[in-house]
Design a protein around this ligand. Sequence first.
Ligand SMILES: C[S@@+](CC[C@H](N)C(=O)[O-])C[C@H]1O[C@@H](n2cnc3c(N)ncnc32)[C@H](O)[C@@H]1O
Length: 521
Amino acid sequence: MKEKCSVAFHGTPGGKSPAGSYGLDKHPEICTENKPITMAKRQRKPIIVQEIEITGMADKGRGVGRDAAGCVIFVEHVAPGDVVDAHIVKKKKDYMEGFAIHYHKLSEHRIEPFCEHFSVCGGCRWQHLSYPAQTHYKERVVRDTLFRIARITPEEFLPIVPCDHTTYYRNKLEYAFSDKRWLTKDELNTGTSNLEDVLGFHRPGAFDKIVDIKHCWLQPDPSNELRLTAKAVAIEQGLSFFDLWKNEGFMRHIMIRLSSIGELMLIVSFFEDDQEKIKRYLDAVIEKMPQLTSVFYCINTKMNDYVLDLEMICYRGKPYIEEQLGHVRFKIGPKSFFQTNSYQAKVLYDKVVEFAGLSGEENVYDLYTGVGSIALYVAKYCKQVVGIEEVPEAIVDAGENARMNGTTNCTFYAGDVKDILTSQFAEKHGKPDLVITDPPRAGMHADVVKMFLQLEAPKIVYVSCNPATQARDISLLKEKYDLLKIQPVDMFPHTHHVETVALLGLRSSAVAPEEILRQGE
Ligand SMILES: C[S@@+](CC[C@H](N)C(=O)[O-])C[C@H]1O[C@@H](n2cnc3c(N)ncnc32)[C@H](O)[C@@H]1O
């Protein structure tokens, strides 16, 4: 019989945490501020599990260990090798969730985080881990997830490709305006007022709490300067910052996109269509930031920050940003998806080309193609590529990108892959020799997987940003496919996110798995 999770009931834990080292001092809210509200309401004694050894990292960047009875515990604010007491906030039949309240031993993998916003903004939750430890644990998460969900050990598991640029690597960031600043527990205790206009990141799990950002290490210059300018100009002009509870306030949200070839796009989301205020604001920002190559705005009167369903109005400059990845130039519109780490996107796409092992004669499908990124990258190595993407604006960009690069062997379709990829589609475009798929975090719709099993392409290259959904889909494909190799790639240093490229071979294919692997060498 499965043993149930055991817990000890305690009052306040004794001992002294070694706060002040390795980023622990940067967890001002570490023990009390944010989680166990329900328990406090019911006035239950806190559930504390003592001396948990953290043995690995798991989903959502949390550490994982076990209690004395062997029950799995997911713990926040820890590193593998820490030994901690944890305050439990969720207790299920076979696992628990909590956060560290006392550190008996600190991991040798801990380092001092370099960002002043570490642990509060929720952006780079692994900054307290050395980079080699980060990549080691990402690799392990991929391996463990594959085994746990798909019960597969691939024939080849390649070591993770680390990132050369571990700071300032993102080409896109979004910030929210708020008329209230999120306060640390210390600030709350000293009665600091939260009435302050801020521009920053949402605190994780809190739609109404914005952490004011002074410097962000994720996006290169002039991103910080642009964000600070966007905030300063709004304050100078007396524009109201958004009140997330009342759903009012003029300034809502900005998105900054930049490229490795020096292009810079700003998208501002306003709550009201007040042309005079919008013009005055944007003109002032442009005057202070003449490097801007593209300025958009949109009017968002909705209850949420999502802007991709809104009309984007090009106020100044080009209606896109340009980026160069290897041999391909891309135009990227304000709504289009593009890999957020341009340096590592090239590494990723080179892996796709390598795994694809193309001879020049193949018919390739590129599903979830975005602005045609992978399609255009592989086009020169095969006979033709057919791309599918649901965002119509991205498909317009894809067509434009093909023209700009002089690529004539790509065709693009706008729509949901599950509706477009049918047997009639395969009849029209010819059966694929290779399917490249790069779905969003949710993975592929079950109907798409079924279609893959019907199409029987000899090879599939599956790119994913979510090992769990990739493992689920690979498990469904197991009926006809073998997982020949998998390559984790780190695209997002200091976060738990990891990208993977998997090569699957059709079991009944005329080409033997050894031959498929050889083609990809
Ligand atoms: C992870 S991105 C990959 C994009 C592209 N392959 C690249 O490397 O830039 C996933 C893409 O799938 C698109 N998408 C999401 N759900 C979709 C669906 N059901 N059908 C078609 N495209 C979809 C998104 O808009 C996004 O462009």
